[in-house]
Each structure stands twice: as structure tokens, then as C-alpha cells.
Design a protein. Structure first.
Length: 311
């Protein structure tokens, strides 16, 4: 069995995409272009507002800026390529580019999983232990959590990825719109059961455990909210938690459906649609969910616009 780096039989991959019909490709190009533009503009604006507005220099928005940064990088790893391939009869990606796309996509996906768990913990401390919030979620602790997040994501994805072994013997047509590990591994002519087991174990640590932690955390938060006597206080708590739960539901729901289920011999169109949700739709919806439901973000936007007008 040879590892990825020793594979010489295949030098490039052909991505099938969604459709070969020209009118469908045009429609998909417009759809993905709009989604990508909204994702980049929305997440970029959130990062800008958090950086320039001192009112948003809090732990919650510090982690939100990390989430927006991840989303910008995540959609950029695949969507521009998808747009370019909409006008090609044969979408080709070199072997090295494909591996880079797979490893970066895995890294960012795991980083988002872990970050959503950290954001749930932040809301747990803010609502369940408000008197100790400033001490517990200090600037130093936020930096430690952020560094741990990125380091853990690297260890849990990049290291196992480059230790995977598979031999490609000529088949190079990937039934996907991007290079994703699950789709590419289906082309291997060697036994990939060890790789599949490794991915399953990694998925348990990066998907199942964080998701279970988030559910447990929000169970505790729900009990704490019920004890809040003020209707205004309950509304504020539910507003910030509701935004986060909406993001968690969309991202984890589709990611769990993709990675914690028995793998078929071929990559199906249904799996491609699921990949669109956690790879494109979620990054697009994140800034909309947080900005439309959040007075602080909208207030920061109006203050920024006001300063531009005054100048």
C-alpha cells in the first residue's frame, strides 16, 4: 500500500460537478455567485465591525470574529473553483491542488466544530455565572482558547490526513464539485478500511463530542433562563443563544449526516447537496443570523456608517 505522496499513476482529477447541461450550469453559477458574495461580504463586515468598534471588544464577539474568518476561508477554498468550472465541459484540478483543498477544508471544518463548542461555553458562563464572567472569560483565557482551538484543529486533521494511505490506479473522475476526502478515497484501488476507521474516530472527537457538549451546555442554559424573573433578561439571553443554536443546528446537522453514516461505494448526488449546506449555505447564513438578530452588531454598523458620513 502506497501513501498519497508516492502516488504517480494519477496526476489530476476530473470533477463531475452537478450537471452537464448548459442552462443548469448558468443557473448554478448565478446561485453560487450570489451565495459566495453574501458570505464574503457578510462575514467580512462582521470582522470589520468587531475590530473597529470598541463596544464589540468582548469574548462573545472575539469568538464570532474567529467564526467569520473561518467562514471566509472555508467558502474561498471551494466556491471560486466551482464558479470557474461552471463554464468548463471538463473540470480538471491538479493532484497537488486537490490534496491542498482536501487538507485545508478538513482543517477549517474541524476548527468551526470546536469553535461552536467554545462559543456555547462562553454563553453558558455569561448566563449561568454572570458574576464570574469577566474573570472566567478574561482576555488571557480567550487567547488561550483561540490558540488551543487552532492547534487542536491542526493535530486532529492535518496530521491524520498526511498519514493516510491509499493507492490510486488510474481512476480520476471524482463525483463531486470539489475535492473532499470521502469522494476521493472512493477512487482508491487499495484497501481503505483503515482510512475509513481513522476518519470515523476523528469525526467522533470533532463532531459528536463537541455537539454533545453543546447540547448539554444549552440544557443547563435553558434551566438558568427559566429562573430569570425579568422578561427583558430572558429575551436577551434567548436572543444571543437562539442565533448560536440556529448556526449549530444547520452546520452540525449536515456535517453529522455526511461523516457519521455508513459510507457507500460511490459518492451520491444527495451527499453533494449535503456538502453544499455545510460548505456554502452555513457560511452565508452565519452573518445574516447574527446581524439580523443582534442589536449590538446593528448598532456598530450604524455607528460605522455615521462616522463615514461625518467624514
Amino acid at each position: 500500500m502506497e501513501d498519497w505522496s508516492n502516488t504517480t499513476t494519477v496526476t489530476e482529477f476530473v470533477l463531475v460537478g452537478f450537471s452537464r447541461q448548459p442552462h443548469v450550469r448558468v443557473a448554478l453559477f448565478v446561485l453560487f455567485l450570489v451565495m459566495y458574495t453574501v458570505a464574503i461580504a457578510g462575514n467580512g463586515l462582521i470582522v470589520l465591525l468587531i475590530v473597529v468598534d470598541s463596544h464589540l471588544h468582548t469574548p462573545m464577539y472575539f469568538f464570532l470574529s474567529n467564526l467569520s474568518f473561518i467562514d471566509v476561508c472555508y467558502v474561498t477554498t471551494s466556491v471560486p473553483q466551482m464558479l470557474a468550472h461552471c463554464f468548463k465541459d471538463k473540470a480538471i484540478i491538479p493532484l497537488s491542488n486537490c490534496f491542498a483543498q482536501m487538507s485545508i477544508g478538513l482543517f477549517l471544518g474541524v476548527a468551526e466544530c470546536l469553535l461552536l463548542a467554545i462559543m456555547a461555553y462562553d454563553r453558558f458562563v455569561a448566563i449561568c455565572s454572570p458574576l464570574h464572567y469577566t474573570l472566567t472569560m478574561s482576555r488571557k483565557m480567550c487567547i488561550i482558547l483561540a490558540v488551543s482551538l487552532w492547534f487542536s484543529s491542526f493535530v486532529l486533521t492535518i496530521v491524520p490526513f498526511f498519514s493516510m494511505q491509499a493507492r490510486l490506479c488510474g481512476q480520476n473522475v471524482v463525483n463531486h464539485f470539489t475535492c473532499e476526502v470521502q469522494a476521493v478515497l472512493k477512487l482508491a484501488c487499495s484497501d481503505t478500511s483503515a482510512n475509513g476507521l481513522s476518519m470515523l474516530i476523528t469525526s467522533v472527537f470533532t463532531l459528536l463530542f463537541p455537539f454533545a457538549f453543546i447540547l448539554l451546555t444549552y440544557g443547563r442554559i435553558g434551566l438558568a433562563v427559566l429562573r430569570i424573573r425579568s422578561a427583558q433578561g430572558r429575551g436577551k439571553a434567548l436572543s444571543t443563544c437562539g442565533s448560536h443554536l440556529a448556526v449549530v443546528g444547520i452546520f452540525y446537522g449536515t456535517a453529522l449526516a455526511a461523516y457519521l453514516k455508513p459510507q457507500a461505494e460511490t459518492f451520491t448526488d444527495r451527499e453533494k447537496i449535503v456538502a453544499v449546506f455545510y460548505g456554502v449555505v452555513t457560511p452565508m447564513l452565519n452573518p445574516l443570523i447574527y446581524s439580523l438578530r443582534n442589536r449590538d452588531v446593528k448598532g456598530a454598523l450604524w455607528r460605522l456608517i455615521g462616522r463615514k458620513v461625518e467624514k
